[in-house]
Design a protein around this ligand. Structure first.
Ligand code: SME
Length: 174
């Protein structure tokens, strides 16, 4: 089945386009189809919030994740940025939870069962597994992408590889 999701092109704000997603493809192939579309959507758009918001929306619509969004580094905390899903924790200290740990360690954290992650911050009791990918700009973490699933063990190295590639693109927006 092919899903056609209307989006707005950054440089042509009055012209609707569509996100092309072939759900018969496997996950890695779906990412390969989606990432160039996010790149096209954000290229030429200088506004950080707009690009983060459309990226969260595209990932949410493509894969139906329970929660997908960004936390931005502000001083010694992460502060909630653009996201799709239920309301979430607003501020996370460095080193706290999965997001704060990903920031402190400057690396992706794959958590198959959030209850097994010491210090996990439960913004929603429906979240069962999680992947957090840092955005690195000039060697510093400037934000993290957090993706939550309501299924256990829902993320693997295909997600990690694609989302790390996407966050390399995102670093250019900061
Ligand atoms: N679970 C995250 C907090 C953010 S919410 O899941 C949206 C954490 O432990 O850092």
């Amino acid at each position: 089945m092919t899903l056609l999701i209307p989006i707005q092109h950054s440089t042509l704000p009055t012209v609707a386009e569509e996100l092309h997603l072939d759900t018969t493809l496997n996950k890695a192939e779906q990412y390969r189809q989606l990432l160039p579309q996010i790149e096209a959507l954000t290229t030429g758009e200088p506004d950080l919030t707009a690009n983060l918001a459309n990226t969260a929306a595209a990932l949410h619509q493509a894969f139906g994740f329970f929660w997908v969004g960004f936390y931005l580094v502000k001083g010694d905390e992460l502060v909630l940025g653009p996201f799709q899903g239920p309301i979430a924790c607003t501020r996370i200290r460095r080193g706290k939870g999965v997001c704060g740990s990903s920031w402190a360690e400057a690396r992706t954290l794959l958590v198959p069962d959030v209850e097994q992650f010491p210090g996990h911050i439960a913004c929603s009791s429906d979240s069962k597994s999680e992947i957090v990918v840092p955005v690195l700009k000039d060697g510093q973490v400037v934000a993290v992408l957090d993706v939550d699933s309501d299924q256990l063990n829902d993320f693997d190295h295909d997600d990690q590889a694609a989302l790390e590639q996407l966050m390399t693109l995102a670093a250019g927006w900061f």
